[in-house]
Write a protein of this length. Structure first.
Length: 266
């Protein structure tokens, strides 16, 4: 059964310290209920603090983290996943991802560790990030727990149609990072055209486009209250079939995250 996630989540890459604490707290009090972090981001303590400070019940928050690419050996994955719980100040994660299946990834060993962590109750849902369809096939053959979500870069210039179709076929959710294209795609004429029709911003159009896509959940990063509220409100922007066709007709493809750069902060 597909993991049911809120329409939008909060990405926290690149945020640390008090900025991260306040972003998480403000996001939750704005209405967000899905917070995404990673060992790689070096901000798990701040994310945990933000959740505790927010006037929101912890049980209502979907909390996700990811095992660092350097920690994918069997023993390292088991140890560091439990260390993530300590840093976050929680008893379990709602979602735990294999972050990047790079040179440290051995499917049998890494996924055996993830299956055991699932059985031990470290996470409620086992997830993958930055996998190819071929790697997903292999993982699904090896895992007992299955895959609840797959996280990849996804925005109007990188719509990930193949991976979204794969997710729908195999019953998991596609979670999209960089849904605003790091602001580098806002000058795309089609996005500006749709934004003009609705008297809104290209950023809002990007969020609304992702929310409209079946099986896709965007996790934009934002730190200021203004941007958090704008992203939250964008989930209610009603794009027409014409709007969606305009955006889906973009022929330019642009990837912002190097798929070979395992140390990239998303």
């Amino acid at each position: 059964m597909r993991l049911e996630l809120p329409d939008i989540g909060l990405g926290t890459s690149g945020m640390t310290g008090d900025e991260c604490v306040e972003s998480v707290r403000t996001a939750l009090e704005t209405g967000f209920r899905h917070v995404d972090t990673a060992q790689m981001y070096d901000n798990e303590p701040a994310v945990g603090a933000g959740i505790r400070l927010a006037d929101v019940d912890r049980d209502d928050v979907v909390l996700a983290s990811k095992v660092h690419p350097d920690n994918l050996a069997y023993e390292d994955a088991k140890r560091t996943a439990k260390e993530s719980l300590v840093r976050l100040g929680v008893d379990e994660l709602d979602m735990l991802y294999v972050h990047w299946p790079t040179s440290g990834y051995d499917a049998e060993e890494t996924l055996r560790a993830m299956d055991e962590l699932y059985e031990e109750g470290v996470m409620r849902n086992l997830c993958a990030s930055n996998f190819t369809p071929e790697l997903l096939d292999e993982a699904l053959d090896l895992l007992d727990a299955g895959i609840a979500a797959h996280q990849v870069e996804c925005h109007p210039l990188l719509p990930q149609d193949e991976l979204r179709a794969y997710a729908l076929e195999h019953g998991h959710t596609l979670v999209g990072y960089c849904p605003l294209g790091q602001g580098k795609i806002f000058d795309q004429p089609e996005l500006q055209e749709v934004a003009h029709r609705h008297s809104t911003s290209p950023a809002a159009v990007c969020v609304a486009w992702a929310v409209e896509k079946e099986g896709l959940v965007p996790i934009p990063k934002a730190s200021s209250e203004e941007h958090l509220e704008a992203n939250w409100e964008a989930t209610t922007l009603d794009l027409s079939e014409e709007d969606m066709a305009t955006i889906d007709g973009i022929e330019t493809e642009r990837r912002l995250v190097d798929p070979d750069a395992a140390a990239w902060n998303q």
